[in-house]
Design a binder for this molecule. Structure first.
Ligand SMILES: N[C@@H](CCC(=O)N[C@@H](CS)C(=O)NCC(=O)O)C(=O)O
Length: 215
């Protein structure tokens, strides 16, 4: 399988974590967003939406949208399970995942920040205020959703899809210098998970297409 990814894309980071947790073999193909390679015909012919990530299966089928890819991985490689078997627990976990995937990520995406700055004329402080506003709104709820847990993983005693979603979102928040001190449980989960091998190997800093990795 070929995995089209960009080291800094948090949607791509989610799927890298799940691929690693499930021990799936894949070839990572970099799509450099800084050079607009997602808009090149070679990529658009695979994913007409022009977004990363995308997963090209052995038969040539290309899957896009990180949540759809994560669900395909769960269906195709059920062990270790990243969704709870119990329907109610699964719905609670999906709610957490969608909180991040639908209610903060699209609002703070690079294309949105660029539009704010370049088209609407927002200054850096305004862009930072926009960014943290949406993080706070979602993290306020997310912190409560995991507050009764152990502080190791979002739900239960093992990594789940929720951790695949949270870790990249927290990585982004820290990169944009959002103050996350109001979120002790989310922060503890971040610290715990990022020290685990599957998460470490998925870290943007460790990706071959990260310019800091270039020899
Ligand atoms: N909902 C999509 C979001 C994908 C997405 O927004 N990817 C960003 C990087 S995190 C991207 O490719 N941006 C390039 C662009 O906007 O041109 C998913 O979950 O896969």
């Amino acid at each position: 399988m070929k995995y089209y990814s960009y080291f800094r894309s948090s949607a791509a980071y989610r799927v890298r974590i799940a691929l690693n947790l499930k021990g799936v073999d894949y070839e990572q193909v970099p799509v450099n967003l800084a050079k607009a390679q997602q808009q090149a015909q070679a990529y658009l012919s695979r994913n007409p939406q022009g977004l990363v990530p995308a997963l090209e299966l052995a038969d040539g089928t290309v899957l896009s949208q990180s949540i759809a890819i994560l669900e395909w991985l769960e269906d195709t490689y059920p062990t270790p399970a990243l969704y709870p078997a119990d329907a109610t627990k699964r719905a609670l976990m999906r709610s957490f995942c969608l909180n991040i995937a639908c209610d903060v990520h699209p609002l703070n995406n690079l294309s949105v920040l660029t539009y704010l700055r370049d088209v609407l004329g927002a200054d850096p402080q305004q862009v930072a205020a926009w960014y943290s506003h949406w993080v706070y709104r979602v993290f306020d709820a997310a912190e409560q959703q995991v507050a009764t847990g152990t502080g190791k993983f979002c739900f239960g005693e093992a990594p789940s899809m929720a951790d695949c979603l949270l870790i990249p979102q927290m990585y982004n928040a820290l990169r944009f210098e959002v103050d996350v001190t109001a979120y002790p449980t989310l922060s503890a989960i971040y610290t715990h998970c990022t020290a685990l091998p599957a998460f470490e190997a998925a870290d943007p800093a460790r990706q071959a297409d990260n310019p800091d990795q270039a020899s």
